[in-house]
Design a binder for this molecule. Sequence first.
Ligand code: VG1
Ligand code: CO
Length: 547
Amino acid sequence: MRVQSQPTQPFAGQQPGTSGLRKKVTVFQQPGYLENFVQALFDVLHGVDQPASGQTLVLGGDGRFHNRTAIQTILRMAAARGYARVLVGQGGILSTPATSVVIRRRGAAGGIILSASHNPGGPDGDFGIKYNVANGGPAPEKFTQAVYERTQVLEHYLTVDAPDLPLDAPGTQALLATEIEVIDPVADYAAVQRALFDFDAIRALFARGFRLRYDAMWAVGGPYAKAIIEGELGAPAGTVVNAEPREDFGGLHPDPNPVYADDLVAHLMAADAPDMGAASDGDADRNMILGRGFIVSPSDSLAVLAAHADRVPGYRAGLAGVARSMPTSTAVDRVAKALGIPCHETPTGWKFFGNLLDAGQATLCGEESYGTGSNHVREKDGLWAVLFWLNLLAVTGGSVESLVRDLWRAHGRCVYSRHDYEGIATESANALMAALREQLPSLAGQTVAGQRIAWADDFAYTDPVDGSVSRQQGVRVVLEDSSRVVFRLSGTGTEGATLRVYLERHEPDATRHDLPVQQALAPLVQLAEAVARIRHHTGRDAPSVTT
Ligand code: VG1
Ligand code: CO
């Protein structure tokens, strides 16, 4: 067994997006494609062809098609780079939040997560790779840009000529001088959750007959939810459904929203609905929360958790601050104001929360895209959010719906929706955004679709910790009553472009809190069409996904 230098050529487009490099499986299956990216990553981390002496790397994925092949490739390349140790999840499995936990608890230098998250899997689906740094969080933009630049000039990669390693049982083996330790994917993660939440109170809740339906969407969240919710917390067997990770997610889209988790929604809308519903995505960092006959908007979920955080052991001392991505509703801002704590507004993508969490400026973070998390890790954490809700229900005696209605009563309702136009031509999407940006200087003061625009801009963010600036993070059009429409292009898709239109209107009047969301937002939809000419640019009359 020895180190080999394999000649290679650059592949175009190995540019990480909002969360890692995502492409079709068939793209990743090209000889050298994954190898190039990993070589570039290691070159940026350690210097060109330099060894990773003494360092520990964490490695795992969401179990989707091509996961096992990619893990073996990366193990060989890590051994060639002289890592002291690689901690790999049993069967190649590690959820995104669990990877973050393992990096932090085991003092690793970083971790590689193989996942395209909520994107569909299988031979014709998507694959992805992302790198997390020593704090357990996604690598910052400056770093991923350097990796991309390195992919464009590569001439070879380093690997070893070794057969595949068995990864289905815990234990330690050697690959050259690198120790490969196969770890239980759940143990470290469960220990962290146990320290945060009142497991006794949640156990008592289930013992009283509380009914939960947790839909793991045939993805990596299943083993975690089974072990913790059914195993430790005593929920009846069958509480966690679709729990075995499948390479193709059962042919479904592992995206926990009312459109793709429609089966879960149907259960919660039924006459004999359980008390609570929940779902997580492909890599288990997202969550959706439902009550009986009630769907919780992710922005409201973040605000509810923030409002009651001091009822949970891990947050008893209160919150240092909260943070939300720019398109996320301002519900949490209102809670933060009442609590007298800062609320930070960041660009879309969890990597922007890392510095705030490290610096102790934020304790809870969230995104409108079904992502919630805290300073316990540096990723969003789907099951964590479910445990947080369970803990709150156990100690407040309220229901999912009553906690959200309390929030609306106290702060008004931030009526919210996101309209996605998926798979549109990249040129059309770029033209739409360019036309929007061109109008920006003249929008303020104009009346469009009967509504007066107070201001408009292209969101730019200066990181308060390291001073780095991120521009063009979404066009905001804001009305005088603070209602707003935000436009941005997705950075996680693999086909054409996806336009996201985010709509928010604050409704202080409690008698209007039950108006259907799309009806309450109809004027903003008209504004969006008038300003952005979506139909003209995309040829679409309606969004493909509304959440
Ligand atoms: C989407 C979401 C964003 C999230 C990202 C990764 O990005 O909007 O909020 O952080 O996915 O989530 P975009 O660029 O497509 O809008 V996940 O669960 O894929 O790690
Ligand atoms: Co995800």
